[in-house]
Every structure is written in C-alpha cells, then in structure tokens.
Design a protein. Structure first.
Length: 129
C-alpha cells in the first residue's frame, strides 16, 4: 500500500513536470523581420502603437532592432491600444504582402476588416479576432 502511494505521488510529480515542459516548448519565440516577411504565419514581439494608415487604423509594431511591421488588430484590441498608448505585446497572425506600391489599389478589406496600407514594411500581419 505504501509503495503504491509513493509510486502514485512520484508519477504525479513527473506528469506535472512534463506538462510544464511541454507548455514551455510549445511557446513560439518571436520571429525576425526577415523570417516574418517570408512566412505564411508570423509571431512577433515588440512595442505596438496605434497609427492611422490611409483610411484605417493599424498597429505599428517596433521590433527590438528598430524595424517595424504593420499589424491589423481586432477592433477591440485596437480601440484599447488607442486609449492606452504604446504597449509591449506579442502578436501572431497571417502574413500578407502590402500592395500599396501598386497605385491602382486605393483600399483593402480582408474578412470584413479595413486594412491601412503603407504604414511600414512591405507586408502586414492580420491578427485574427
């Protein structure tokens, strides 16, 4: 009986240790500007500021190296950011090329969300709702 109890406690401790290690290993590190630009999905970390970009508000994410990436945030997050000012955060989403170099495109909408073009970089990250 005592051996069974000790074995059960040891198994519980090992299970908890592997669960924590698994969560830590699943956490994605921030990608560089170059990695994000080439990826289909991107996770980046930096200081995000709400900025007007043509006809829509976007997030401007400053990376540690000083480069910036445009991010399209859900409306609730964008409104919160406009109220609070710049915030350090990690965002993940789908990467899209910025077609603003093509003068024929005046506005853009993806999944019902207005996208501001030309804020910074040559791509943007669409963060899902």
């Amino acid at each position: 009986m005592r051996l069974r109890l000790i074995f059960g406690v040891a198994l519980s401790i090992l299970t908890a240790a592997f669960s924590v290690a698994g969560c830590a290993s699943e956490r994605r590190a921030s990608m560089t500007y170059e990695e994000c630009a080439k990826a289909r999905r991107c996770t980046v970390h930096g200081i995000v500021t709400a900025r007007p970009a043509e006809h829509a508000w976007m997030g401007e994410l400053k990376l540690a190296d000083g480069r910036c990436i445009s991010v399209s945030l859900p409306l609730s997050k964008l409104n919160s950011l406009r109220q609070s000012g710049p915030v350090e955060m990690t965002v993940s989403g789908r990467v899209y090329g910025d077609p603003s170099a093509d003068r024929e495109i005046a506005s853009m909408e993806i999944a019902g969300r207005q996208i501001g073009l030309g804020l910074c970089g040559n791509f943007f990250v669409l963060v899902p709702d």
